[in-house]
Design a protein around this ligand. Structure first.
Ligand code: PLP
Length: 451
């Protein structure tokens, strides 16, 4: 039979469980329970096959920054598909969407980040970065500078390179990762790992793990340090204020490139175009994806400084993807950025949505289950705990409390994710105050039901 939106939900779920392998999921779960079928969406609201309206507190996967239902993007995609659905940019050819998008990104990105290498996703872009920084040092006659330092519990993607750069141990355990010459230091997660230190002391201590690693491995072996300005998938870990200034101090004057993975933080999430601007850091390379097109088309890339691009220009970089600079994806991304500027979406985040959400989000710490509430711009997390004073973990296996709360949110038509026992949100940037009220009400109710 033809499979359509009009089939009964149970039939769709059975077919889904039989044939569709879901990412980061236990397949048996879908056989037993069935995946929720999402049918359509508008603004911050999803509609499922049973007609429930669900508030999407995660903007899909942190990507639908301008919200759902923007038909302008569909129009641009259709126009571009009619005119030039595909052409590559490998062998002495280019096209207007790739030219225009790279020029626009050079304008938006801080400092001398003026060159763009396109990819199809954030993972691919980080693979590009890994190869690019090694090639950069090799071109400068220092091929031994190949080690990239990253952080435990970082997320940089699911490809072999991306997952190796990432610091997710369960990912490393499947498939023998990381690949060679990736070194992980600790993350600045004070709540879980800060012990008796104050957050400020802990921020300094964790930053100094970078210094210790450089001394141990040797600066002449290190190509780059990669980090998300604010860790997203690791549980929205917002570092103590002391952390990034200390990282900056450590990198200053050293021959080590800084890669800021802006896949989540980029394009307004933290109240500026890029998370690096929120933190006052100037990376050599930025990884972008997600909010670049608000998720309407798969596209990612690396924004590269003139310093790095100049060296790469002298020597062929044997790297690229069929869909690097895909014209339809690039045209859609450009339209997304145009809308963001025209509608002053970042001003809305900074002046309206973020301050409004911050106050309500932080008030969740009045709930008996909530230890800390952290938020920057429109990405926030709460730590669940049985004992706030000692920041204790639950006796049940890590993630059980988070999973239960997530399930309650899901039943209450709110998408909120959990990372072990941290609950996280990253709603579309266009969320309105009255929608924030609903988000908080449903979060509070779900927490109550999880006790
Ligand atoms: N980097 C960061 C910081 C991410 O959050 C993600 C995805 O969540 C990625 C990279 C990977 O991007 P993609 O899933 O588009 O490959």
């Amino acid at each position: 039979p033809t499979i359509t939106n009009h089939m009964p939900t149970a039939e769709l779920q059975a077919l889904d469980a039989a044939h569709h392998m879901h990412p980061f999921s236990t397949q048996d779960g879908f056989r037993k329970k069935g995946a929720r079928v999402i049918r359509s969406a508008e603004g911050v609201w999803l509609t499922d096959s049973e007609g429930h309206r669900i508030l999407d507190g995660m903007a899909g996967l942190w990507c639908v920054n301008i919200g759902y239902g923007r038909t302008e993007l569909a129009d641009v995609a259709a126009r571009q598909m009619r005119e030039l659905p595909y052409y590559n940019t490998f062998f002495q050819t280019t096209h207007v969407p790739a030219i225009a998008l790279s020029a626009k990104l050079a304008e938006l990105a801080p400092g001398d980040l003026n060159h763009v290498f396109f990819a199809g996703s954030g993972s691919e872009a980080n693979d590009t970065n890994l190869r690019m920084v090694r090639h950069y040092w090799s071109s400068l006659g220092k091929p031994e500078k190949s080690v990239v330092i990253s952080r435990l519990n970082a997320y940089h993607g699911s490809t072999l390179g991306g997952a190796s750069l990432g610091g997710m141990i369960p990912m490393h355990e499947q498939g023998g990762l990381p690949i060679p010459d990736i070194h992980h230091i600790g993350q600045p997660n004070w709540w879980a790992e800060g012990g008796d230190m104050t957050p400020e002391e802990f921020g300094i201590a964790r930053a100094r793990e970078l210094e210790a690693a450089i001394e141990e491995i040797g600066e002449d072996r290190i190509a780059a340090f990669i980090a998300e300005p604010f860790q997203g998938a690791g549980g929205v870990i917002i570092p103590p204020d002391s952390y990034w200034p200390e990282i900056k101090r450590i990198l200053e004057g050293r021959d080590i490139l800084l890669i800021a993975d802006e896949v989540i933080c980029g394009f307004g999430r933290t109240g500026n175009w890029f998370g690096s601007q929120t933190l006052g850091i100037q990376p050599d390379i930025m990884t972008i994806a997600k909010g670049l097109s608000s998720g309407y088309q798969p596209i990612g890339g690396s924004i590269v400084s003139s310093k790095v691009a100049k060296v790469l220009a002298e020597d062929e970089f044997n790297h690229g993807y069929t869909y690097s600079g895909h014209p339809v994806a690039a045209a859609v991304a450009l339209e997304n950025l145009r809308i963001m500027e025209e509608e002053r979406v970042i001003d809305h985040v900074r002046d309206v949505a973020a301050p409004y959400l911050r106050e309500k989000w932080e008030s969740l710490t009045e709930h008996p289950l909530v230890g800390e509430a952290k938020i920057v711009g429109l990405m926030g997390s709460i730590a669940l705990t049985p004992d706030k004073a000692s920041r204790a973990a639950f006796a049940a296996p890590a993630g059980t409390a988070g999973f239960i709360t997530r399930e309650r949110c899901f039943a209450n038509n709110l998408i909120m994710r959990h990372v072990y026992d941290r609950m996280i949100i990253a709603p579309p940037l266009v969320i309105r105050p009255e929608e924030i009220d609903i988000l908080i009400e449903r979060a509070w109710q779900s927490l109550d039901e999880s006790m």
